[in-house]
Design a protein around this ligand. Structure first.
Ligand SMILES: Nc1nc2c([nH]c(=O)n2[C@@H]2O[C@H](COP(=O)(O)OP(=O)(O)OP(=O)(O)O)[C@@H](O)[C@H]2O)c(=O)[nH]1
Length: 360
């Protein structure tokens, strides 16, 4: 459903609703090529097309993929990546973007595709080349590529209290994470806890391969200078639900309380209910309009009961899935999950899983 908040008030153009299929098998992604005569012609694109008046986005997606490529995705897990509005000047589009992982058999059957059923060129490309910008895509796709950077699993650091029975909990925290975090992992470091701040910097220095998510308000003023050596490792800032709602309730000003929202990195927002997802959608839309790095995901939690928050009632699969559908950006499952649960999370509408235990 197009989000009315994304539609500029001055616009009188009709908005074209489009279903977009990000089809891949592991790291091989399928791209089409738009004919020179088409809108945004002479560019690569994901397979897709207009949603007819009498069909849902998913129905349009299945139909377009079959018409353009002959691939039947009826039985595949189709996961919403996000929705976005883009004004090309001559045309306004609302893209509903879905991720579809093919089976090994489907890929085998279609990996030699060079032309689609409508005569358009098709190509399988490597994800790293796609994300590196080697293919010229329509401008709206910039955000889709940012969404695709999200890994399927994100590790979160243990609280210091986990090591409280040791003589030097901070040193134990550092050694444990230095040794156990997987190579090149995305790691959300919960630096807000006192004592972790200094360890975080040391960890990033010792493990230059890890891609770090830091709370947005931590990268600030006095501490910012300290982080300069490792700043390139910070790939995303995280915004708590409380900070998000402060931004929203203060008329969507650029600051959250005393602090200015950092605009140099994409955001992941923490959400626990429908109201915060609505605010996250507003933030996402505002950042797109201001051409700022996008909101690339939400941590939607707690899906299941967790040891870290024993007093918080979990959402459970059904409510979690209903909330996930409201989000205009990829949803990350959090709370009582293991990396192996990614397939179930995908069936319920999530793109990625995050957690502490079993992730490190
Ligand atoms: N299929 C597809 N369309 C995209 C992508 N990104 C993007 O901005 N679009 C826009 O979404 C619209 C898709 O419409 P379409 O493919 O059904 O129609 P069209 O304009 O090519 O041709 P038509 O009007 O003759 O049917 C186009 O305006 C296109 O520029 C993408 O990755 N895949």
């Amino acid at each position: 459903m197009p989000n009315p908040s994304k539609i500029p008030a001055t616009s009188h153009q009709k908005i074209v609703n489009v279903a977009v299929a990000v089809i891949h098998y592991q790291a091989q992604y399928l791209l089409g090529f738009r004919d020179a005569a088409q809108h945004q012609g002479n560019r690569h694109e994901f397979v897709g097309g207009k949603i007819d008046a009498n069909e849902t986005a998913k129905q349009a997606l299945i139909r377009e993929v079959a018409e353009e490529t002959g691939i039947d995705i009826h039985d595949n897990t189709v996961v919403k990546l996000g929705r976005l509005h883009h004004d090309y000047g001559d045309k306004q589009v609302s893209l509903q973007v879905y991720n579809i992982e093919l089976t090994a058999l489907q890929y085998e059957q279609h990996r030699h595709l060079r032309y689609g059923l409508e005569g358009q060129a098709l190509k399988w490309v490597n994800k790293s080349a796609l994300l590196a910008g080697e293919y010229h895509l329509p401008a709206a796709n910039k955000t889709i590529l940012e969404w695709l950077r999200l890994p399927t699993q994100i590790a979160i650091t243990y609280p210091l209290a986990h090591f409280s029975d040791r003589p030097n909990p901070a040193a134990e925290w550092l050694t444990y994470h230095e040794e156990k975090v997987a190579p090149h992992a995305w790691l959300y470091i919960r630096v807000k806890e006192s004592g972790v701040d200094n360890c975080a910097k040391q960890l990033m220095t010792l493990r230059p391969d890890i891609q770090v998510i830091l709370p947005f308000d931590h990268h600030m003023q006095s501490v910012q200078a300290d982080y300069q050596i490792v700043a390139h490792q910070v790939v995303v800032h995280q915004l708590s639900q409380a900070a998000l709602m402060t931004w929203f309730n203060n008329g969507e000003h650029i600051s959250v309380g005393e602090q200015t929202l950092f605009n140099d990195r994409p955001l992941i927002v923490s959400c626990h209910d429908a109201a915060s997802i609505y605010a996250a959608n507003k933030l996402s839309s505002a950042r797109l309009q201001q051409q700022l790095p996008p909101v690339i995901g939400i941590f939607l939690s707690p899906l299941l009961a967790t040891q870290t928050h024993p007093d918080t009632a979990p959402l459970g699969w059904s409510d979690w899935s209903t909330l996930a559908q409201l989000a205009d950006m990829p949803v990350i499952g959090l709370g009582g999950l293991s990396p192996a649960m990614i397939e179930r999370v995908a069936q319920y509408g999530g793109i990625s899983v995050a957690g502490i235990r079993q992730f490190i």
